[in-house]
Design a binder for this molecule. Structure first.
Ligand SMILES: [Zn+2]
Length: 509
């Protein structure tokens, strides 16, 4: 039995209906009617959706969106539509959310940051700082544009960008349509290093105040209600912000109900610096300054008491994390590259810590990140069922939405934004198919993605951009990277060249 009808009343749309299979799968929709917006129906082989608050897979499911908003998920939509998208050979999945990215810089890691020795096993001090110093505006533009395209091609429809140049991110978020959460970095100090010792240089009170003012202006400008851009707060790193600055960020976050993304517990050097200065772990220190709560995204949360690289057994950071509702932005690739890991996904999850996934460094592939997160989590957790495909899928979708205080992304449900991925099923990497979640997490490749939609707009079709020329973007990135490599200042206070820090794999004739 199926009933469904739409009424228009007082300028608002109400879609009512029910089916026998899910009880009341056609939710009551109460939304402003956006006249002129097309109504589109997507017919799938499998639809990964949320019905009555429960994540489900709907075989032969239909998704209907009007403008940028989903008005129906279920078995059959009987009302009229303006357009049909035939995805009956596809899985339709929620778009991925990267909760920790650096759009304007991280592509320059590629071909450089791999197979590199770094004293602190992070690449932060020997590689990233010189790259940043060598990156000008043209290079940042090329990198931002390229990273956004790479993210979209892999099904990422929302990204948290931590960058020094949010204006460029906003510009290319407009061009591409990706949903961007942008923050103005605020800080008190910048790092200095000789490769072993990390020291801190004050940026000056006036500069710190200017950064805070700009962060506040950004919050006022982008509240995320009517655009694909939303401002967040971004105190750069826990060890580069003073107590007073972090407390100010906490006050602003409460006042504006704004998410906060911060690097914390990300290196042994940082853990030691915080312990030495404040007699607290980075997580305890976050709590002390009022920044450990459900609005906080912690990149990367590795270094907690008990981590095998620390000689520090005191305290229970997992309990603090779990009770606070804060979310870890877990970015396993950039750390495994330096031979280290969060210890471990299974243990964190078991203690109730909210885990999301971020694509900190190239490659910006959520499919690769999901697989690495699952593999390391299972191996270090010594459990084949401790970290499941579903745990990882949720970390890549709904967990980020919750951390960002957004009820309307990270899932395909009535009232949500139409941010979705169309995965092919007729490829050798996706067939045979019994469980869409398992196939996406454990088996899918970028080439299995047929299309990606953000806010109901197609941004990727048949594997490439519909809004810009990929070859041009890649060529610009190559030119920009060659400029960065040329200007790369010698690391270790000038004692090593780029080729000594990052030797090429083979002698190039
Ligand atoms: Zn980062």
């Amino acid at each position: 039995m199926h009933v469904s009808f739409t009424i228009y009343k007082n300028g608002r749309t109400y879609v009512l209906g029910r089916t026998s299979r899910f009880g009341s799968e056609h939710k009551r929709v109460n939304m402003t009617q956006r006249r002129g917006n097309m109504r589109t129906k997507v017919s799938s082989k499998y639809l990964i959706a949320e019905v009555e608050g429960e994540p489900v897979v709907i075989a032969d499911g239909e998704l209907v969106f009007e403008g940028d908003e989903i008005i129906f998920v279920g078995k059959h939509f009987a009302d009229h539509v303006d357009r049909n998208l035939d995805a009956t050979d596809s899985i339709v999945s929620p778009g991925f959310i990267s909760t920790h990215s650096h759009l304007g810089g991280s592509p320059f890691d590629r071909s450089l940051r791999e197979d590199v020795y770094d004293y602190w096993k992070t690449g932060l001090y020997d590689i990233l700082m010189p790259i940043r110093a060598a990156t000008d505006e043209a290079a940042t533009r090329a990198a931002t544009r390229a990273t956004i395209l790479e993210l979209l091609k892999g099904g990422v429809t929302s990204v948290v960008d931590l960058t020094a140049d949010h204006a460029l991110t906003a510009e290319y978020a407009e061009e591409s349509g990706i949903r961007a959460f942008i923050g103005q970095y605020v800080r008190t100090w910048v790092w200095d290093t000789d490769g072993v010792n990390v020291t801190y240089k004050h940026i000056g009170e006036a500069e710190q105040s200017r950064l805070v003012d700009e962060a506040v202006q950004l919050l006022q400008r982008y509240d995320g209600r009517d655009s694909n851009i939303q401002a967040i707060l971004a105190p750069a790193q826990i060890d580069t912000c003073s107590v007073e600055l972090l407390e100010e960020v906490s006050r602003l976050s409460q006042k504006h109900n704004a998410p906060v993304a911060i690097h914390a517990a990300q290196s042994a050097a940082e853990f030691n610096a915080i312990l030495k200065s404040y007699s607290a772990t980075p997580i305890e220190f976050l709590d002390r300054v009022g920044l450990l709560n459900q609005r906080t995204l912690i990149g990367h949360g590795l270094f907690i008491p008990g981590h095998s690289w620390l000689q520090y057994p005191y305290g229970d950071d997992l309990a603090l994390l779990s009770e606070s509702g804060a979310t870890v932005a877990h970015c396993p690739t950039v750390f495994e590259r330096h031979g280290q890991a969060l210890e471990n996904f299974y243990a964190y999850r078991k203690r109730g810590v909210r885990m999301s996934l971020g694509l900190d460094s190239a490659p910006h592939s959520m499919q690769a990140e999901m697989r690495i997160a699952g593999a390391i989590g299972r191996v270090l957790g010594r459990s084949e069922i401790g970290v499941t495909g579903l745990d990882i899928f949720e970390a890549a979708t709904s967990a980020g939405a919750r951390a960002l205080q957004r009820q309307d992304i990270g899932k395909l449900a009535v009232g949500s934004k139409a941010d979705f991925i169309q995965f092919k099923t007729d490829t050798v990497s996706m067939a045979p198919l019994r469980d869409p979640i398992k196939n996406i997490v454990h088996h899918s490749n970028p080439s299995d993605i047929r299309a990606v939609y953000v806010g109901g707009e197609c941004r990727i079709q048949d594997g490439t951009s519909v809004y810009a020329d990929e070859k041009e973007i890649a060529t610009n990135l190559q030119t920009a990277a060659e400029g960065v490599w040329e200007k790369f200042p010698n690391g270790h206070s000038g004692s090593k060249t780029l080729d000594e820090i990052s030797p090429r794999s083979l002698r190039t004739l």
